[in-house]
Ligand binder design. Sequence first.
Ligand SMILES: Cc1cc2nc3c(=O)[nH]c(=O)nc-3n(C[C@H](O)[C@H](O)[C@H](O)COP(=O)(O)O)c2cc1C
Length: 250
Amino acid sequence: MGNETVDNLATPEYTPQLQAFRQVLESRRSVRRFTDTPIPDDVLTDCLRLAMLAPNSSNLQPWEFYVIDSADKRKRAVKNCMNQNAAKTASRLIAVVARTDIWHEHAQQILREYPDKPVPKKVKNYYAQIVAMDFIRGPMNVISVAKWGATQAIRQVKGPIKSPYYTFDDVKNWATNNTALAAENLMLALRAHGFDSCPMGGFDEPAMKQLLGLGGNHHIVMMIGAGERADNGIYESQFRFDQTQLVHHV
Ligand SMILES: Cc1cc2nc3c(=O)[nH]c(=O)nc-3n(C[C@H](O)[C@H](O)[C@H](O)COP(=O)(O)O)c2cc1C
């Protein structure tokens, strides 16, 4: 099956939920020009709440969202976004940030705030020990070397084992994966509320981090400009490659 849309809307599978879901996904575009209409605070708050419902590894939620409200910061942030119209005309400009250092703190917070009391022993063990083993690297990655050896040995003897994180880049990749899912949720939530967005990778990350006071353990995964779509907000027709090229049934 290629990229054709489902035409038979009379099928029992075509529920109102599916219809609404498809409308949100199919109407989302990267919008580069917005009107002056502001996104109300309560709408933005709801979109951020929906963003953070994204699935994420071990529920460690390694994301942060910096909504750039101050006029002065906003001016400088637009410049750091290479003066793109999507940033310049946006009602809201948001830095979507992945944290590489927060797993430990969040693991402890999960145990404190775990909703099903008493916290099951398995859960305590998972967050206190297994998560720590997954992430801990030690000074100069010295623990990672031992972890690598142990993982190889277990793989040989017992069979498949999930690779732990050995390097800073492994953790950065992990945090980025999780955060990108939340970013997509945010953009879809904005669309569902009747607003639009443009994800931007075209920005000066060191300059933006300096502006927002972020350190080496913060990675700006993308900037998102958001607002009401202007009539000339879409620059080109949407197209995607055919599924037959990219989907492999193996
Ligand atoms: C990680 C990422 C970075 C992007 N960076 C930019 C950007 O800097 N400027 C821009 O105008 N669009 C940017 N885009 C938007 C893409 O160009 C757009 O998603 C793509 O052309 C498909 O169009 P559509 O989103 O309207 O379907 C980015 C998208 C993603 C996911």
